[in-house]
Design a protein around this ligand. Sequence first.
Ligand code: G3P
Length: 218
Amino acid sequence: MKFFLDTADVNDIRELMPTGLVDGVTTNPSLIAKSGGDIRQVIQEICDMVDGPVSAEVTALDYDGMIKEAESFLPMGDNITIKVPLTPEGLRACKTLSDRGVMVNVTLCFSPGQALLAAKAGAAFISPFLGRLDDIGHDGMDLIGQIAEIYNNYPNFTTEILAASIRHPLHVIDAARIGADVVTLPPKVLHQLYKHPLTDKGIDMFMADWKSTGQSIL
Ligand code: G3P
């Protein structure tokens, strides 16, 4: 499973790069706004910092505008990934861009039918927003399962399932159990994945017992 960071905060990304666990980054207009930075500067800095796919979302809603905005992002790096919304215009742009060899991340997916369309449009990634479905009392993880079931029926589909809108570690674990290819997680959730009280307690016990030996390894 690939871990993408779901943030436009370059400091959060920089802090986590040494873990070796960051396989890519996803951004969106809300995350760019939250960062307070200029979109072009932020995306360029992330592309320079991260080797894996970096999603930059277009803000145009029409095909021509999407293509123009996508083309303005492409020089930022070979890892740039164009994010388009799951609309007829967005999927038309996805088909055009993917036919040119551009990685496309189709976002705001909330149904298996939408995911089927994205795969047929040649998307590199489909982003089902499982957290937002949970937020309204639907079963977001069930969507991940349905998409995986459909995609597994068609070996010619190359679209990777990118589980998005992650709220907590259980979303990561359950998406991994289903077999999602990628999870894009807020930095906070990545930090949470490390933590378990018994690990902390076990370290304290080991250190106490080791101290009682009076020894040192070096
Ligand atoms: O990548 C999509 C993600 O940013 C959406 O998450 O928390 O706004 O539902 P959220």
